[in-house]
Every structure is written in structure tokens, then in C-alpha cells.
Ligand binder design. Structure first.
Ligand code: FE2
Length: 326
């Protein structure tokens, strides 16, 4: 009761703390510290349950989710990222098939859920039930194994910003401002939903340099940039121009996620600077999944209703823990 009351009090202010202006006014590091402190108290029960499960029951949870007793994830994130080019991850072939159906039906058209004119979500309500591979892929022991090896806890499927799964189309033909200057996430930035966190990006079609590929700096390079730019301090802009970034790091350190269909990127987008959707002359179709901890680094849970994913009674305990609503 008390927790809900305090959520209500914080609600209005908190909504401004996730906008670029609010971030710049207060400084990312302050906002993260305040949010972590509040959420540690607000969601204490779930945080403890997820940590205890990871510390004490990980093998049993993984085996209940399809892993063998000697399982080790085939991808380990190093310097904040890992790329899987094997195209053999569990449920990936069904995912590509089902996502391909969505592209044929909705790609290249305008829909109501426009995140940005240059980055559009083509998921519709009910898709997670209609296309089961969307969740089967992301809850598999392989993908969960890589994510948990990095996060050192049982994660939560992001329930506010961003929703745990988005299917993003970047397409200059749908963007009336494609000839103008870059906007929002077309500039380098670090995500602020949580830290550490993991994004899993899946290419649904081949992506070349003409598809506005996601581009990032490894964690060690990003750390240097944070320090040199005083990035998370008060008054420092949230978005970073190429000019400012390449003043402090070598452009050759940037990694471009331009790969064939079925390639998967695991990345901590709160620690690796990134941008994307620049000059997507060839439409780019990319699934974006977001895992956070049970203790997020923002206040979005005070002012947003949780995104909900379908849970079946027969689902594994690990999958239920990941998808459960707060
Ligand atoms: Fe981002």
C-alpha cells in the first residue's frame, strides 16, 4: 500500500526523468543512483527471489529449461558484447520463418505504433500468442545462459521502456525527415533503463551498410568516452554527436552490426555507446529484446503499466520468472 502511494507521488516527476532534457538536467549517474535505491526498497521481494534463484538454484533452473547437466552457453559476452553467426541457436529457424511472415504482411507500410519516424515497431497486440517462436527463442537455455552469465542474476523481461520485445523496421522511405539532420537514437547514447542489462538483437533479413545498421563501441572504449566526455554528469547532453565522440575515441573502434539474416547480437546497451537507423535506404528488420534486472535503474515502473507476455502453466520455472509481471 505504502509502496503504491509513493509510486503515485513520484509518477509525474519520474516521467520527465526518462526524457533527454530530464536526463541532462539531473545527470544519468544521479538518476541511476536514485532509481536503484528506490527500486531496491520498492521491489525487494522480487529482487531477493531472483538473486537467490541465480545463486542457489541455477543448475536446476537451467535443466528445467532444456539444458543438459554439463551445459555451458556457446556465447559469452566479452567487453559488453557477443555476436553469434552460427544460426544454430534453438528456435532461431522458426523465429526467422515467423518473423518473415510479419515482414511480408506489414513491412514498408505505416502503422500506428511509430516509435520514431526512422524506427517503427511492426509488432501488433496478440503477436506473442500468434507467433510462439518470438518468446521460445528468447527464453531458450542458450540465450538465457548467455544473458545470465553476464548479468549474474535471473533477469526480467523489460516491462515498461522498452517493451521486452520489439520488431523494428528502419526505412528511409517511411521517414519524411530522412534528408534532414540525425535525431534521437541516431546519435550515440547509452540506454538508461537498467545497468547492467542485455539487449538481444536478431537480424530478420540481411543487413548491409545501406540498411542503417546498429553501430556500437565496446564497453572499454565506451568507458573511456564516458570519462572524457563527463557523459553521465549533470548538464552534459544525453545524445553525443559523432564529432564529439570521435574527438575522444578512434572511429575505427566502432563495430557495425551489418551481418546476414539470423545473426544475433548480445550487448549491454547501458555500457556500450550505440546508434542506429541512419540512412536506411534498404529497409532493416530487426527484433530487439530487452532483459533487465528485477531492480531497474529508472523510475518507469511508477508511471507505466507493465507490458505483459503470455505465460503457460506448463512453462519452465525459469521462463515464468523471466516473463512474470511485476
Ligand atoms: Fe539505445
Amino acid at each position: 500500500m505504502l509502496r503504491k502511494k509513493i509510486d503515485k507521488i513520484l509518477k509525474k516527476k519520474a516521467a520527465t526523468w526518462v526524457q533527454d532534457d530530464g536526463i541532462q538536467t539531473h545527470g544519468i549517474s544521479n538518476l541511476i543512483r536514485w532509481a536503484k535505491r528506490y527500486n531496491t526498497w520498492r521491489y525487494a521481494k522480487r529482487i531477493k527471489a531472483h538473486q537467490r534463484a541465480y545463486d542457489c538454484e541455477l543448475d536446476a533452473l537451467m535443466q528445467g529449461n532444456g539444458a543438459t547437466a554439463d551445459f555451458k552457453p556457446s556465447n559469452i559476452m566479452k567487453d559488453g558484447w557477443a555476436i553469434d553467426t552460427s544460426r544454430t541457436l534453438p528456435h532461431l529457424s522458426e523465429l526467422l520463418e515467423q518473423a518473415g511472415e510479419i515482414v511480408s504482411e506489414r513491412g514498408g507500410k505505416t502503422h500506428s505504433d511509430v516509435q520514431q519516424p526512422f524506427l517503427r515497431n511492426i509488432m501488433f497486440p496478440g503477436d506473442m500468442e500468434k507467433y510462439p517462436a518470438l518468446l521460445d527463442f528468447i527464453t531458450s537455455h542458450e540465450v538465457m545462459g548467455t544473458v545470465m552469465d553476464y548479468m549474474k542474476t535471473v533477469p526480467v523481461f523489460s516491462q515498461t521502456r522498452p517493451p521486452g520485445v520489439r520488431f523494428m523496421e528502419s526505412n528511409d522511405a517511411l521517414d519524411p525527415g530522412s534528408d534532414g539532420p540525425y535525431r534521437a537514437s541516431q546519435f550515440y547514447h547509452l540506454d538508461v533503463h537498467d545497468t547492467p542489462l542485455v539487449y538481444v538483437l536478431v537480424l530478420i533479413e540481411d543487413v548491409t551498410m545501406d540498411g542503417g545498421p546498429w553501430t556500437f563501441l565496446p564497453m572499454s572504449t565506451s568507458d573511456r568516452a564516458v570519462e572524457a566526455l563527463r557523459y553521465q554528469e549533470k548538464g552534459v547532453p544525453y545524445r553525443v554527436t559523432d564529432e564529439a565522440m570521435y574527438n575522444v575515441v578512434d572511429p575505427a573502434e566502432a563495430i557495425t552490426f551489418a551481418y546476414p539474416k539470423g545473426t544475433v547480437l548480445f550487448i549491454d546497451s547501458s555500457r556500450c555507446f550505440h546508434y542506429g537507423s541512419r540512412k536506411a535506404i534498404d529497409p532493416r528488420f530487426q527484433l530487439m529484446y530487452a532483459y533487465t534486472s528485477a531492480c531497474r535503474a529508472d523510475f518507469s515502473q511508477t508511471f507505466m503499466s507493465p507490458f505483459s507476455a503470455p505465460i503457460d502453466e506448463k512453462d519452465s520455472r525459469l521462463r515464468k520468472m523471466l516473463l512474470k509481471k511485476r
